[in-house]
Design a protein around this ligand. Structure first.
Ligand code: GLA
Length: 430
């Protein structure tokens, strides 16, 4: 007992120190916990609105070079695209030179990317933009270059070291490709392998699933780490295709592919109807005959109504003035980027024209009239037919005319040219 008292007396002066040490430890632990929570939240903030940027495939295909990417980054800044919210510059397929047989590392084509990918990513970052790259869940990419199957961790690590912020991940040369059965489990495991590998790098990298919709990626996309998932075939530079079920699709076919899938889109994960063909004018890597500017405007309007990722595809170094006014319309972009992240939907269809509706933040709603017909048409819809309160009063704003639109109470009307889309933002007038 005396021994115990002696020890206790000996400890008295150091007790506050022990408590202090413990308190500090607890504080540090809490701080760590907070930091961990913060970094998780940070990761979740990825793609909280549909990603916006540019992808090399439509304009350049296998001829993409580092010079093109650098000049594209410069043009993002000089044309105002960056200020309008376009951020990601993505090199699509056929940037690769091969996979090193000793190290197992991918390397770029030395002729087209002599400075290497890291230097290119650094350049894009120096402009305040983000950098994206492409690979494939199979043995090879669609363009026949080495795929990432079985190399997921190594490739993800390399991409992170290079400073990649966005990965488009294709589905050529995968197990069931070309068979009549589409195995979604195989697709899930291939995409999850890369999704996990990207997460393990600790770098926030937008993961863009490009599986063309055959295995319903909208159902499992988020689960495997995806931030967007293609809904269908490649959109070619064409208004519509002869068949809705065959490659390539046009603007209309791609819109129709999104029908009824709105519940799967939202902050962090988006339905992707493919890239914008606006401004291609039948040039570049994908053709189809080209569209007119009214049709291109329809693509911009409808992609924004559908809360779609806005990945431009034309050579933005040489955009004409009309292309600029379409791609740089901040009022239509604001509909796409609305923080609620609600995908719009077709609320009415009649005689070849349709009305689409998208709920926006701040008691607002976007209404789009789409004319599928090859003739001009005047269309009117009473509010009750488009799920709006008949007695409500709205201030109506035309986002293409950049002006208020006068509309009769309880109805909304538009006169459209062939293939035109008109978009209005209605603000509840209390
Ligand atoms: C697939 C994709 C395209 C493009 C090419 C590249 O076809 O759907 O968007 O990435 O591969 O080879």
């Amino acid at each position: 007992m005396i021994k115990f008292i002696r020890y206790f007396i000996f400890f008295i002066p150091v007790l506050p120190g022990i408590f202090f040490f413990q308190a500090c430890n607890e504080k540090n632990e809490k701080k760590n916990q907070i930091q961990q929570t913060d970094s998780t939240a940070e990761a979740q903030k990825l793609a909280m609105t549909p990603p916006m940027g540019w992808n090399s495939w439509n304009a350049f295909g296998k001829n993409v070079t580092e010079q093109v990417i650098r000049e594209t980054a410069d043009s993002f800044v000089s044309t105002g695209l960056k200020d309008a919210g376009f951020t990601y510059i993505v090199i699509d397929d056929i940037w690769q030179g091969g996979r090193d047989s000793t190290t197992g590392l991918l390397y770029p084509d030395a002729k087209r990317f002599p400075s290497g990918i890291k230097a290119l990513a650094d350049y894009v970052h120096s402009k305040g933009l983000k950098f994206g790259i492409y690979s494939d869940a199979g043995d090879k990419t669609c363009g026949g270059m080495p795929g990432s199957y079985g190399h997921e961790e190594k490739d993800a690590k390399l991409f992170a070291e290079w400073g990649v912020d966005f990965l488009k991940y294709d589905y050529c040369y995968c197990g069931d490709l070309g068979s009549t059965k589409s195995d979604y489990r195989d697709a899930m495991s291939r995409y999850k392998a890369m999704g996990d590998a990207l997460k393990a790098t600790g770098r926030p990298i937008v993961f863009s699933i490009c599986e063309w919709g055959d295995r319903s990626p909208w159902i499992w996309g988020r689960e495997v780490g995806g931030n967007m998932w293609r809904m269908g075939s490649d959109v070619y530079d064409i208004w519509d295709s002869p068949r809705s079920d065959q490659d390539p699709v046009g603007i209309l076919g791609s819109i129709d592919g999104e029908t009824n899938l709105r519940s799967f889109a939202g902050p962090g994960g988006w339905n992707d109807p493919d890239m914008l063909i606006i401004g291609l004018n039948n040039t570049g890597n994908i053709k189809g005959g080209g569209c007119n500017d009214i049709e291109y405007r329809t693509q911009m309007s409808m992609w924004c109504m559908m809360a779609a990722p806005l990945m431009m595809g034309c050579d933005i170094r040489h955009m004409n003035e009309t292309t600029k006014t379409i791609l740089l319309n901040k009022e239509v972009i604001a509909i796409d980027q609305d923080t609620l992240g609600k995908q719009g939907y077709r609320v009415m269809r009649k005689d070849g024209w349709e009305i689409w509706k998208k709920t926006l933040s701040g008691n607002r709603v976007a209404i789009a009239f789409l004319n599928r017909n090859s003739q001009s048409i005047s269309a009117t819809a009473p509010f009750k037919n488009i799920e709006l309160d008949s007695t409500a009063k709205y201030n109506v704003y035309d986002v293409w005319k950049h002006a208020p639109a006068s509309q009769a109470n309880g109805t909304i009307s538009a006169t459209m040219q062939p293939h035109e889309t008109q978009v209005f933002v209605l603000t509840l007038n209390k």
